[in-house]
Design a protein around this ligand. Structure first.
Ligand SMILES: *Cc1c(COP(=O)(O)O)cnc(C)c1O
Length: 431
């Protein structure tokens, strides 16, 4: 698209946006009686207007039916089956079969559950490859998993510090080159147990090449998992086709399902159909037809469901369902199309702002195929002040130490006008 740096151009893009009506389906936080410019849907997505009624429905069924809400045909969506109502939507977003996905728990919990099954180090194969500067929760999960496994039967299997291979960009570069990721996998192949990376890196906004990384990991005899916290609902995924072993994500960022809402996992069919995989189990992963016989001896469900521990967190799942229905209606491919234009527009305006001296450095890749909605803006000085001033002007962005402002124009509810106003304000504040 041939962009122009004018408000009329932005308004015209909004007028012609086939997804423009979706903005009205969300509550936009207010600043001095006007809509905020909300650019942090990558951190906490906005509330769909339909969410309240989905939660109220479950409160009502609980009120009217008590425990019978689990099975009773008077219940709108009986709780025993509640996770199943989310599956078709999640499968579409994941590019997966329905049996390969399930919503449950929180993200970090699920990462640990997946690693119990898929990180099985031996004295020969024990290394994990990840990106340097991964989200802290992921770093802690990997670190403690490594320590948990380092000794076996009184024997030292490996040194945890040597087992974690953290990939850094080349000197002078901000993001990783795919060729370097693949080369690192190859370099460590004799000792590599697991490649565990973000889909979209939370700090830089870089979208990694899931297909290539998975292929290379498998060629090198490792398993491959992804943390899709910043990818799910942001970019279309093809987890089944790409052959990814497992993935986890949360639902409160791009998925707009509310603070701390229920997470999700993907387990590839080839693992989901293997009843002998080691795992930590609970009754909700047990064969559904025999679950209430309350007998000894775990019999796993087929697919990702086998990793469920507990009965469904119905209230957050209701919020999740309300939002996922909007995603299915809008279509992730359509959202992605708009997202590329919207983020491209922001980049164009920032380039314009930078004419005659770079004031703001975009550290997110310039290639649209290597990023989602987010741009990470690096400021050499005064970043925190600028961020605070944006807030005072009703522009909600996100500050990450030491010097990055993250902004995401989310195609579901952000407009080209939002983007134009943001950069225009930025320009005023910088001059
Ligand atoms: C947001 C995010 C998390 C958050 O983990 P919770 O368990 O949901 O608190 C973890 N990892 C990544 C990569 C994230 O972006």
């Amino acid at each position: 698209m041939q962009y122009q740096n004018t408000i009329s151009f932005a308004l015209n893009c909004d007028k012609n946006d086939p997804l423009k009506s979706y903005r009205d389906q969300f509550h936009i936080p207010q600043h001095n009686g006007q809509d905020c410019i909300y650019l942090v849907g990558n951190s906490l997505g906005l509330q769909p207007k339909s969410t309240r009624s989905y939660i109220e429905q479950e409160l009502k069924d609980w009120q009217d039916l008590g425990v019978e809400g689990h099975f009773d045909e008077r219940a709108t969506r009986p709780w025993f089956h509640y996770h199943k109502f989310l599956k078709s939507h999640l499968a579409k977003l994941a590019g997966a079969k329905e049996m390969e996905v399930v919503s449950m728990n929180s993200l970090t919990t699920n990462l640990h559950l997946m690693m119990v099954s898929f990180y099985r180090p031996t004295a020969k194969r024990f290394k994990i490859i990840t990106e340097a500067g991964a989200f802290p929760s992921d770093q802690y999960a990997l670190e403690t998993q490594l320590h948990f496994h380092a000794n076996k039967g009184g024997e030292r299997l490996f040194e945890p510090e040597e087992a974690l291979v953290e990939l850094k960009p080349r000197t002078g570069e901000e993001t990783l080159r795919t060729e370097d990721i693949l080369a690192a996998i190859d370099e460590h192949k004799d000792q590599l147990a697991l490649v565990m990376m973000a889909g979209v890196q939370y700090y830089t906004g870089q979208l990694f090449n899931i297909q290539e990384i998975t292929k290379k990991g498998h060629e090198c005899g490792a398993l491959v998992g992804f943390d899709l916290a910043h990818a799910f609902g942001n970019i279309p995924l093809n987890l089944h086709g790409d052959g990814v072993d497992f993935a986890v994500w949360c639902s409160y960022k791009y998925l707009n399902s509310g603070p701390g809402s229920v997470s999700g996992v993907f387990v590839h069919e080839r693992h989901g159909s293997n009843p002998d995989l080691p795992r930590f189990a609970g009754w909700w992963g047990h064969d559904e037809s025999k679950r209430f016989q309350m007998k000894k001896g775990f019999i796993p469900m087929a697919g990702a469901d086998a990793w469920q521990l507990s009965n469904v967190n119905v209230l957050p799942s209701a919020a999740h369902l309300a939002s996922l229905e909007i995603f299915s209606e809008a279509g992730i491919e359509n959202l992605r199309q708009k997202s590329i234009l919207l983020t491209g527009f922001m980049e164009f305006l920032l380039n314009d702002l930078n004419r005659g001296g770079e004031k703001i450095k975009i550290i997110t890749p310039r290639d649209p195929d290597q990023r989602g909605a987010q741009l990470s803006l690096c400021l050499s000085t005064g970043g925190k002040d600028l961020f605070n001033q944006l807030g005072e002007n009703g522009i909600i962005a996100d500050w990450r130490e030491p010097n990055v402002i993250r902004v995401a124009a989310v195609p579901m509810y952000n407009s080209f006008e939002d983007v134009w106003k943001f950069v225009e304000k930025l320009k005023k504040l910088l001059s």
